[in-house]
Design a protein. Structure first.
Length: 290
């Protein structure tokens, strides 16, 4: 039962060819798979339509639903350089193309990064830093508006993911993402909440950021860590407040995707079982939608 209700990222098999990874996950009983277009799995973006059609057919025959995580290497919607933004635009359009061919409902996208070793959207930014942050939000908003216009016939949702608090990354703070999503106010733009990234921003802030994201929430990326680095541990191996998060989500009748984005394949099933147990415990707080 656990494997039917949760999505797994191919990140756990990033060094294994994508077709083999999908076969392994399918054989293990997983029915929802998110393709992480990094490392070897970026290969799917270069595949001809015929090969993507083969993957779609495999998924259809095995009852698999796909989502696609756009690459963060070489894709920077917030770039100051117009040529870099143009290249990033092509990457996102290609990711949407792959998602459409796989009958996916959404893609995941990081908002991008700036230059230098500063914290791109640290809380309490002022002066030049605040202006830089404002301009970055403006660029990402314009970038997404163009993507929506160029894919007007598509139903694919673009879900912005909060970034870990590493130097130069935008989208660490949920307010950055909410400003963009609320400005666009499109049913095709939402948020992916990464619990591991949020947990790294400080004690007590993971749940707060989840609450901020909830009105625009498309999917969750779930992993654990000790609050210092993005370790992608199995659930329960770190200090991410999974129980409080689950209680909040159940109370608010969250019916989006629960994606396990873990480093080790052996952690997938135990994490799904732990999460399923918590969801069952908090079932009375909201309608249990699967």
């Amino acid at each position: 039962m656990d494997r039917d209700h949760y999505s797994v990222s191919t990140y756990a098999y990033i060094d294994t060819p994508l077709i083999e990874t999908v076969s392994i996950l399918s054989a293990a009983g997983w029915k929802q798979i998110e393709i992480m277009c990094e490392g070897g799995h970026e290969e799917v973006l270069a595949w001809p339509e015929e090969r993507i059609a083969e993957l779609e057919q495999m998924g259809r025959e095995r009852g698999i639903r796909f989502s696609v995580h756009a690459p963060f290497t070489g894709c920077n919607p917030a770039a100051e350089d117009p040529e870099e933004r143009k290249r990033s635009e092509l990457v996102v359009l290609n990711t949407i193309r792959v998602a459409e061919l796989l009958n996916s409902s959404f893609i995941v996208l990081h908002p991008g990064r700036g230059s230098g070793g500063w914290s791109a959207d640290a809380r309490g930014a002022s002066g030049a830093a605040a202006e830089q942050l404002h301009e970055a939000k403006r660029r990402v908003t314009h970038f997404l508006a163009r993507i929506l216009e160029m894919t007007a016939e598509s139903d694919i949702v673009i879900a912005l993911e909060n970034a870990p608090p590493y130097p130069g990354l935008y989208g660490v703070e949920m307010s950055f993402l909410r400003d963009i999503v609320d400005t666009l106010d499109s049913p095709r733009v939402g948020i992916v909440f990464d619990a591991g990234h949020a947990h790294m921003t400080g004690e007590g802030r993971c749940l707060l950021m989840l609450q901020q994201a909830t009105p625009r929430l498309v999917a969750l990326h779930l992993s654990d860590n000790a609050g210092q680095s993005d370790e992608h541990l199995g659930l329960g191996a770190g200090t991410v407040p999974l129980e409080a998060m689950t209680a909040w989500l159940m109370a608010n009748r969250y019916n989006g995707h629960w994606v396990l984005e873990l480093r080790r394949a052996d952690d997938l099933q135990p994490s799904a079982a732990r999460l399923h147990h918590l969801r069952s415990c908090y079932q009375q707080l909201g309608r249990h939608v699967l």
